[in-house]
Design a protein around this ligand. Structure first.
Ligand SMILES: NC(=O)c1ccc[n+]([C@@H]2O[C@H](COP(=O)([O-])OP(=O)(O)OC[C@H]3O[C@@H](n4cnc5c(N)ncnc54)[C@H](O)[C@@H]3O)[C@@H](O)[C@H]2O)c1
Length: 380
């Protein structure tokens, strides 16, 4: 098996998820390539010990990411830092010739994303992909196969979203994801938006226009000392888009919702595709279940398929068992390494988000900001 030596920059919530996914790489079967974490970086040195304790392969521990980039052994970087740092760090990583699996949104705003895209153009040898593990749930992979097989017929409408609810608690302390200077003007769209765009964009369902309604429902939150401070990010975004199905060339409505205040929704991703021949819907609220309606002229009946552990990248787990968030994160990393190693993705929907796809999400979110501000339908 080929080993790719990784450095991780940003050891917070997602940095640790990726560490854990690498630590149990033996879970996957038939992978000809795997990661080895050799270097870690975070400005908060309290986060070093967990990695040190669990990864004997780590040689370099630093608070300065430039030191990690200067290390000749580091071939690839997983970077999970706040959005205001994406432009500088991602362009430096790419310019240092390191392959990059970067967290969304790949820049705090469109100018930052443009700069990252320019760095990618200047370093064509460097392999760059963006995260989003939503499609790797087995039921979603099945839904995606229906897209590949053009099973839906003419598309009637598509609804995609990512919903959280913990911000309904107005006393929840503020963090960087609720501060415009660090999270960005996009608010919830920057933080959550790439996930519901992932499958529609891979399907070729790119929005041409957007009408957006954005809401800032909680305008102040307590800081760590309990003082109330401004909370100026958009909590919820509802985007009504006009997309075109490449299969039929016909337009259809595509809704993309990203909400931090969706009561009762702990961490719900959903996708619903309605077509003239078939419909399908999936939600992470009942992650193993795919609902399908196939129409052949008779009765219109939804059937339920409870999927097991039938992942795109095969693993040791028995076929009847449940698949979860940590599995999806590992599948995402498998998709990155598979495409890096083989030169092409295993399949259209078992692949990471490409830089071009993430750049299109910036066009969409920038148009959505303008749409809300002006009350207009904007061209994406
Ligand atoms: N794919 C997903 O499901 C998912 C989920 C949550 C967050 N994210 C994304 O991951 C990224 C990080 O989010 P998080 O939730 O892990 O945040 P986090 O705050 O838990 O972690 C970020 C880490 O970056 C570190 N950091 C800050 N400045 C640094 C610097 N100059 N050099 C090195 N490290 C530095 C912080 O100390 C912190 O430990 C964001 O882009 C976010 O959008 C993705």
């Amino acid at each position: 098996m080929r080993t790719v030596k990784f450095g991780i920059i940003g050891l917070g919530l997602m940095g640790r998820e990726f560490g854990s996914a690498a630590a149990r790489w033996c879970h996957l079967l038939e992978m000809n390539v795997g990661p080895e974490i050799v270097a870690i970086c975070d400005t908060n040195d309290a986060l070093f010990s967990w990695f040190r304790d669990h990864f004997p392969t780590i040689r370099l521990v630093t608070k300065n990411y430039q030191e990690l980039l200067a290390d000749g052994e580091v071939e690839a970087v997983y970077c999970a830092v706040p959005h205001n740092l994406h432009r500088q760090l991602y362009t430096d990583i790419i310019s240092a010739g390191k392959h990059l699996l970067g967290e969304k949104p790949f820049g705090i705003d469109k100018p930052a994303n443009d700069a990252i895209m320019e760095a990618i153009r200047r370093h064509a040898r460097v392999f760059v992909r963006c995260t989003s593990h939503f499609p790797f749930f087995p039921a979603m992979q099945r839904l995606c196969r229906m897209i590949d097989e053009q099973a839906f017929g003419r598309i009637i409408e598509v609804n995609s979203g990512f919903l959280h609810s913990s911000d309904l608690n107005a006393t929840k302390p503020i963090n960087w994801k609720r501060i415009v200077e660090i999270n960005g003007e996009y608010g919830c769209m920057g933080d959550l938006g790439m996930h519901p765009c992932h499958v529609p964009f891979k399907a070729g369902w790119y929005p041409r226009t957007v009408r957006a309604i954005l809401s800032n429902l909680v305008r102040e939150r307590p800081d760590k000392q309990g003082n109330m401070v401004p909370c100026d990010t958009w909590d919820n975004a509802t985007l009504l888009c006009d997309a075109v199905d490449p299969g039929s060339g016909e337009p259809f409505p595509l809704t993309i919702k990203t909400q931090r205040i969706a009561p009762g929704e702990t961490d719900t991703w959903y996708l619903e595709v309605k077509g003239m021949k078939a419909c399908a819907r999936w939600s992470s609220a009942n992650a193993r279940r795919l609902e399908v309606l196939e129409y052949t002229g008779g009765e219109q009946t939804w059937r339920r398929i409870d999927t097991g552990w039938e992942a795109a990248y095969q693993g040791i787990t028995g076929g009847i068992f449940e698949f979860g968030f940590t599995d999806a994160v590992q599948q995402l990393w498998a998709a990155f390494l598979y495409e890096f190693h083989e030169g092409k993705p295993k399949s259209r929907f078992a692949a990471c988000v490409t830089p071009e796809e993430v750049a299109y999400s910036h066009r969409l979110f920038t148009a959505a900001l303008a749409s809300h501000a002006r009350g207009t339908v904007e061209t994406v």
